[in-house]
Design a protein around this ligand. Structure first.
Ligand SMILES: NC(=O)c1ccc[n+]([C@@H]2O[C@H](COP(=O)([O-])OP(=O)(O)OC[C@H]3O[C@@H](n4cnc5c(N)ncnc54)[C@H](O)[C@@H]3O)[C@@H](O)[C@H]2O)c1
Length: 252
């Protein structure tokens, strides 16, 4: 029986990747607040934490493999598949080194982690929830952002395929597409736009915030709240969907 308004993650084992970043950290805080048992990973070290943490660089083959072994020990109920990197370049100048890095993390490692969690959930006969972090960039190409947009379109596509394959096992797979969210990633994005579009530092960030229909950049907690809903049993009839958390930027 649903208790309207209550989201409870008590006892759920939740794995978060990209844990040191803006959205990852906020999602961990929200998961913990609602009783989840959190396991988290990032390539960077995190200090003063209350949850189980391991440092893995998911672009390094041996560390990715160690992470996959760790997943088989953790046996998560929920995956927040969030680690990713951004780079800029049009089809005329985006190079293959950038392609390998972006596809290596945003698609290859993303896929390997989703697959390892799905296999563990199937073996455990657990009704799990997989939440993949896509982007508004996955819904349409951008002239200067060829590789990143393509990686996030792949995240949306894998979400749909995985959701259909895992539905008989009662494992739900959804994606969240953040719009422009004020995190450390945006400092990097802003600097790249300053270079490519010859803008002042901070100018692009102000412009994209103003252009959001709701009038401001999203905050990490906006994404975390959507993740809470998708992680919980309150969303038990929702699968194969991509939820845009973007203040109205993408119309679907
Ligand atoms: N911030 C935005 O506006 C925005 C918009 C759309 C989508 N997103 C997506 O949201 C997610 C989180 O982004 P964020 O804004 O919190 O970014 P962030 O840069 O703050 O966090 C990303 C995290 O990924 C980690 N990471 C990078 N390379 C790694 C590697 N090789 N191995 C392991 N971890 C690695 C980083 O250390 C970082 O902690 C990403 O998937 C991103 O693409 C963000």
């Amino acid at each position: 029986m649903f208790a309207p308004g209550s989201i409870d993650l008590s006892g759920k084992v939740c794995l978060v990747t990209g844990a040191a970043g803006g959205i990852g950290q906020s999602t961990i805080e929200h998961f913990e607040e609602l009783g989840a048992i959190v396991y988290a990973t990032d390539k960077d070290m995190i200090s003063s934490i209350s949850y189980n943490y391991k440092k893995f660089d998911l672009l390094a083959e041996d560390e990715l493999s160690s992470c996959l072994n760790w997943i088989s020990e953790i046996r998560p109920d929920v995956l927040f598949n969030n680690a990713a990197i951004f780079d800029m370049g049009s089809v005329l100048d985006a190079n293959l080194q950038s392609f390998d890095k972006l596809f290596g993390l945003n698609v290859r490692a993303f896929y390997a982690i989703m697959q390892a969690c799905a296999k563990s959930m199937v073996a455990e006969e657990k009704p799990g929830s997989i939440i993949n972090v896509a982007s508004q960039a996955g819904h349409r190409g951008e002239a200067l952002v060829a590789h990143y947009c393509a990686t996030k379109a792949a995240v949306i596509s894998y979400t749909q395929s995985a959701a259909l394959a895992l539905a008989p096992n009662k494992i739900r797979v959804n994606a969240i597409s953040p719009g422009v969210i004020d995190t450390p990633m945006w400092e990097h994005v802003d600097k790249l736009f300053a270079k490519f579009e010859k803008k002042e530092i901070g100018q692009k960030k102000r412009e994209v915030g103003k252009a959001v229909p709701l009038g401001f950049m999203g905050r990490p907690k906006d994404v975390a709240r959507a993740a809470l809903f998708l992680a919980s049993d309150q969303s038990e009839y929702i699968t194969a969907q991509t939820i845009c958390v973007d203040g109205g930027n993408v119309l679907r």
